[in-house]
Design a protein around this ligand. Structure first.
Ligand code: 4HQ
Length: 251
């Protein structure tokens, strides 16, 4: 069980992405709990103002500190040790390692900024870490928060069936996945690799491992630096390198 509290000006954005399919079922089964909070509800006055012009001038608006800090302190009241994460392009880049680490917390608070960002003092007062989902600019932190909820939730026991458990997929050992095939055997003259219908499970396993290593070498050689490779994997990799497949996009 993990709980996510999301602070946003647009709670409606989260509805279907977090209610369909795997995440919807996980919520029904109470394996994950997601609570959405509108930051505007924590802003005072008839106009419930959440943003203001930046000191020092320049364009755009900045999110005021008071409503955000009130909202964060409100959701932290029942669990003071909740981890507060601000979505931001200035944060540390999200990785499989961070996702696995975050899944260890019982309670995450995800803060979604809009406009040019949030007043710096929010970070100083109440934010534990800042995370970026990639080096590009989004219109707000909402999609980034959904990425975190999705990736973290599938690490929680029971959320995925054991058929496709999280430790089986790409990145759990730092390699890309092998190619997948299903019926028909022959699609537009393209046949599936014979080994997959050989019934030889040891051979299938070896083939898949080799294809994982091949793809990683061809597409993401940077990942091989930190991948968990056995002695046999290293031999396979040397073999692939000698075969000299340098033609990107062939697999
Ligand atoms: N933004 N990873 C600007 C992002 C972002 C990202 C979120 C845009 C915050 C104020 N968040 N707002 N990349 O681009 O997380």
């Amino acid at each position: 069980m993990i709980r996510f509290d999301v602070l946003t000006l647009f709670p409606g954005m989260f509805n279907s992405p977090l209610s369909e399919s795997v995440l919807g079922k996980a919520r029904d089964k109470k394996q994950i709990e997601i609570a959405l909070h509108n930051i505007r509800d924590f802003a005072p006055g008839r106009h419930r103002v959440v943003d203001d012009t930046p000191y020092g001038g320049g364009g755009g608006m900045v999110m005021k500190p008071e409503p955000l800090v009130r909202a964060i302190e409100f959701v932290k009241k029942p669990s003071p040790s909740a981890r507060v994460i601000l979505m931001s392009p200035q944060g540390v880049l999200l990785s499989a390692g961070h996702v696995r680490r975050l899944a260890q917390y019982p309670h995450l608070v995800l803060v979604c900024g809009r406009y040019e960002g949030v007043d710096e003092r929010v970070r100083l007062e109440v934010v534990d870490e800042e995370i970026s989902i990639g080096d590009y600019v989004l219109t707000g932190g909402e999609l980034a928060a959904m990425v975190i909820i999705d990736a973290v939730s599938r690490q929680i026991r029971g959320v995925l069936g054991h058929e496709n458990a999280a430790h089986e997929d790409s990145f759990s050992d730092g390699l890309l996945e092998y190619p997948h095939y299903t019926k028909p055997r022959n699609f537009r003259g393209l046949r599936i690799p014979e080994v997959l219908i050989s019934g030889n499970h040891r051979e299938i396993k070896r083939w898949r491992r080799k294809e994982s290593i091949r793809r990683t070498w061809l597409r993401r050689p940077d990942l091989l630096e930190r991948a968990a490779l056995s002695d046999e994997d290293c031999k396979t990799l040397d073999e692939l390198k000698r075969e000299g497949e340098s033609c990107r996009g062939v697999v």
